[in-house]
Design a protein around this ligand. Structure first.
Ligand code: GRG
Length: 295
């Protein structure tokens, strides 16, 4: 199976699982489920859960055991996008090629849909832990994901982002912001999948370093796409960083230097996978695919 076919296979597995997690019920609160589904099933690259499944295959693990955790990360990611788009945050009108959640359902329901997805993520992981009889590896994986998405991770990154608006921040703050806001939720599925599959501590460290570089590369590319991307392909507005007066890799280093850093960081990510030899082929291709992505 080539890279594109394997990627499609992973995305289909993820979409089928997510589709079963949120169903619209004929209940007085059915609009809540509709708002949750609206954003969760709106497409998206599914990068975070794909990473978890790819690490699982690389380590010879059981995809069924990793899937609830992989999809929990996607639920958390989707909640963060819904909240990030709100008028109180980035105030965006388009996401994943459609009007943002609050544009369709109103602000109050969008906030609650985000809350619903966040809690569903933890419900999904906890049910999997309970089903396996208080499995220690699963508990550790859930803790990694909880830490990455909370005040020790993504939420702090978002706070730095909000408080940096309109200021020229230095590279130390910019890197901290990226590491927390974007990097943490890219690292979590990689490391959590390693833990779930029983990887040794040295391999967990390799996965940690790989995903650290990959998360940074992903964010640099995001900064570049916000300047020279295409609104239709991206499914969201281009130039939103400039509109919100944000410091990015492009505003600090310029477009050309940012591209050089992106290429260097991607090479470093790929280098971290050497030990896994042929089994890491998909993840290597994924790193290059992300470097070249247009959305
Ligand atoms: C509201 C707590 C809270 C956090 C928001 C994720 C985030 C933090 C903000 C999103 C804003 C943004 C553009 C961040 C940069 C990188 C990023 C997370 C892009 C969106 O992720 P993709 O490209 O999106 O994986 P898809 O739609 O493909 O899943």
């Amino acid at each position: 199976m080539d890279f594109k076919q394997q990627l499609e296979k992973y995305v289909n597995i993820i979409n089928e699982y997510l589709d079963r997690c949120v169903t619209e019920k004929e209940l007085p609160e059915k609009n809540l489920y509709s708002a949750m589904r609206y954003s969760l099933m709106a497409g998206g690259k599914r990068l975070r859960p794909v990473l978890a499944l790819a690490v699982c295959d690389m380590l010879g693990g059981d995809l069924e055991e990793v899937l609830p955790f992989a999809c929990a990360v996607e639920m958390i990611h989707t909640y963060s996008l819904i909240h990030d788009d709100l008028p109180a945050m980035d105030n965006d009108d388009f996401r994943r090629g459609r009007p943002t959640n609050h544009k369709v359902y109103g602000e109050a329901l969008a906030i609650l849909a985000g809350d619903g997805l966040l809690n569903l993520a933890f419900e999904t992981m906890l049910e999997s832990i309970i089903k396996s009889g208080a499995n220690e590896k699963k508990a550790r994986a859930a803790a990694i994901i909880a830490k990455a998405s909370g005040a020790n991770g993504m939420i702090s990154g978002q706070v730095i982002d909000l408080e940096s608006e309109g200021k020229q921040v230095d590279t130390e703050i910019l890197n901290r912001m990226h590491r927390l806001k974007t990097g943490a939720l890219i690292k979590a599925p990689v490391v959590a999948a390693g833990v779930l599959c029983g990887a040794c501590e040295e391999d967990i460290k390799r996965l940690d370093e790989f995903s650290e570089y990959l998360g940074l590369a992903f964010q640099i590319k995001d900064d570049i796409l916000d300047v020279e991307g295409n609104t239709e392909k991206l499914g969201k507005k281009v130039g939103s960083d400039a509109d919100n007066n944000k410091s990015t890799y492009v505003t600090i280093y310029g477009l050309q230097k940012s591209k050089e850093i992106l290429s260097d960081v991607t090479n470093k990510a790929v280098h971290c996978l050497e030990k896994f030899e042929k089994n890491a082929d998909f993840l290597r291709s994924l790193a290059v695919y992300l470097l070249e992505r247009e959305n």
